[in-house]
Design a protein around this ligand. Structure first.
Ligand SMILES: [Cu+2]
Length: 364
């Protein structure tokens, strides 16, 4: 069974729709998406003298009735529709440049896994045409994903290419104090142009993170973060799953992002009916994000790498800053299931969805 991260899966628009049972079938939830392709203007828009009929730009809000109000609701509908269409296109061909969370391959020095990280100033395209002054590791946001196994020895060389000092904190990982990455508490800051090497052995499994711990409300917010997955050495009691997705939330400096991108540039989660999907939630932002899955539930079995006994079931998981939750989604109901932050101002505006929104696609 494939353990390929969902984030690496690209599906063509037709395959995406077909797989979801949309093309040539009648999934009510997807009907709106199909209809979008052959959308025609409602009759009301064509009434004599309406701004839409004359090609005029609709007036702004404020009107409570008449022609202007009609144009306003149509603009809202059209903007929402375009956002969803763009999201679908993005699954076939990315609408933004740059992709974070590429798996970082180590090289072996004896029995030590050696990783190289750079800290970089990055021009980052968060949403189509929206380019922000970010900061990242290895020129990407989030930084590359580090994946090791409990018991592994690692050495991580970190070169600072920033215009200011920094340091890397290994969030959630049990390690010797001097490797904890907090300037003036456990080490000197890594100054611009300098390199620092972290060395430790992994004692605890779990979904962990790494991030800046210096000027961090700026540096982490601008993208200096990544996933650090420690697989358990003994998987006999670990839940079985077919696919995995890591979802890192961030907010403020680059806006509301999932894995460094804002809707419609976010990746869909794609699974086949009957598969079990492991989702590792991580919040690197400064706000709470209750992530809500439509139509299905999540079974939460681990928090911050520590088991939850017994696991609990929910459809909205509140992920506070710094927290990581691991859950399994039993993908037993085909369709396109909206998956979004339920602080609605993090997810939708009159111009449509944005920010912390994706879709779980369950194919027949
Ligand atoms: Cu939120």
């Amino acid at each position: 069974m494939s353990k390929e991260p969902i984030s690496s899966i690209r599906v063509g628009r037709r395959r995406f729709l077909k797989g979801a049972g949309v093309v040539g079938a009648a999934l009510p939830v997807a009907g709106g998406l199909v209809a979008a392709a052959c959308y025609s203007e409602p009759e009301t828009a064509k009434s004599e003298g309406s701004p839409a009929a004359s090609g005029a730009t609709p007036a702004g809000g404020g009107s409570t009735g008449g022609v202007t109000a009609q144009v306003d609701w149509q603009k809202i509908d059209n903007d929402h529709k375009k956002g969803v269409e763009d999201f679908l296109k993005n699954q076939a061909t990315p609408l933004t440049r740059g992709k974070g969370m590429v798996a970082l391959q180590p090289r072996l020095e004896g029995d030590v896994k050696v990783f190289d990280l750079t800290m970089d100033e990055v021009e980052w395209e968060v949403a189509p045409g929206v380019i922000e002054k970010g900061r990242g590791y290895n020129n990407m946001i989030p930084g590359p994903t580090i994946r090791v196994t409990e018991g592994d020895k690692v050495k991580i060389n970190v070169k600072n290419n920033l215009t200011e000092s920094s340091a890397v904190h290994w969030h959630g990982i049990r390690l010797p104090n001097k490797m904890d990455g907090v300037p003036y508490v456990t080490q000197d800051p890594i100054e611009p142009g300098k390199t620092f090497t972290y060395e430790f052995q992994l004692r605890n499994q779990g979904s962990h993170m790494y991030h800046s711990h210096h000027n961090s409300s700026d540096q982490v917010n601008r993208g200096m973060l990544g996933a650090f997955i420690v697989e358990p050495k003994d998987k006999s009691t670990y839940p079985k799953y077919d696919k995995e997705a890591i979802l890192i939330m961030n907010d403020t400096a680059l806006g509301f992002t999932l894995n460094g991108k804002s809707f419609p540039a976010t990746d869909a989660l794609v699974a086949k009916k009957g598969e079990k999907l492991l989702v590792r939630w991580m919040n690197e932002g400064m706000q709470y994000h209750p992530m809500h899955l439509h139509g299905l539930s999540m079974t939460v079995f681990q928090r911050d790498g520590y088991p939850i006994n017994p696991p609990y079931e929910c459809d909205t998981i509140d992920v506070p800053p710094g927290n990581r939750f691991d859950c399994i989604i039993d993908c037993n109901e085909p369709g396109l299931w909206a998956f979004h932050c339920h602080v609605l101002s993090h997810a939708e505006s009159p111009a449509g969805f944005f920010g912390l929104v994706t879709v779980l696609v369950i194919q027949e």
